[in-house]
Design a protein around this ligand. Structure first.
Ligand SMILES: [Fe+2]
Length: 181
């Protein structure tokens, strides 16, 4: 058999691989459904259907519990130190590889709304990478993050610890609209 085709049929020792791939796909699908329903709930509120909004939020919560269960099955939830490392790694991948590659394609295909969406995400991931990095250093010394508010731009996701800027440096949204955690 040609070398390129050697591994095409599933080898018996990889029989668990399909389930792992399926659970990973289910994790992605359930996560996406949860996000969609939260967005749909906001539209329902704006359209004057608060109880439809409530239904969407409830089902979004249910879908997020499924996503969390799938993530647990995949071994994707660790200690706080492990989780901070994983979170930092995920943000770093998005900054250095994923979004630059996606941005190049979006530019090539002249999709301006995709470029904006990608730029907002990429800039915010840089915020998150830095915050996770400093937070991880603290937790490695068994020190919690300080009690300052974490504030997030509702349009682009720009994330700061402490006071919001007067205006979001990425998208221009007034700091008074930032969501506080
Ligand atoms: Fe923003």
């Amino acid at each position: 058999m040609a070398e390129a085709f050697k591994n095409t049929p599933p080898a018996p020792e990889d029989k668990g691989a399909m389930t792992a791939q399926n659970i990973a796909a289910a994790l992605a699908g359930e996560s996406q459904a949860s996000q969609k329903y939260l967005a749909f709930a906001d539209v329902a509120d704006a359209d004057g259907y608060p109880n439809v909004a409530r239904l969407f939020r409830a089902v979004a919560y249910a879908e997020s519990t499924h996503a969390r269960n799938h993530l647990s099955v995949l071994g994707g939830i660790g200690t706080t130190t492990e989780n901070l490392k994983a979170a930092w790694g995920g943000e770093t991948f998005e900054i250095t590889e994923m979004y630059p590659a996606y941005d190049a394609v979006a530019k090539l295909q002249e999709n301006e709304s995709a470029q904006t969406s990608i730029r907002y995400a990429l800039k915010a991931e840089v915020d998150h990478q830095g915050i996770y990095d400093s937070t991880l250093k603290g937790v490695e010394g068994e020190k919690d993050l300080g009690g300052e508010a974490v504030r997030v731009c509702p349009i682009c996701g720009h994330t700061v610890i402490g006071d919001a800027p007067d205006e979001c440096p990425q998208c221009g949204t007034a700091g008074s609209f930032f969501k506080e955690f």
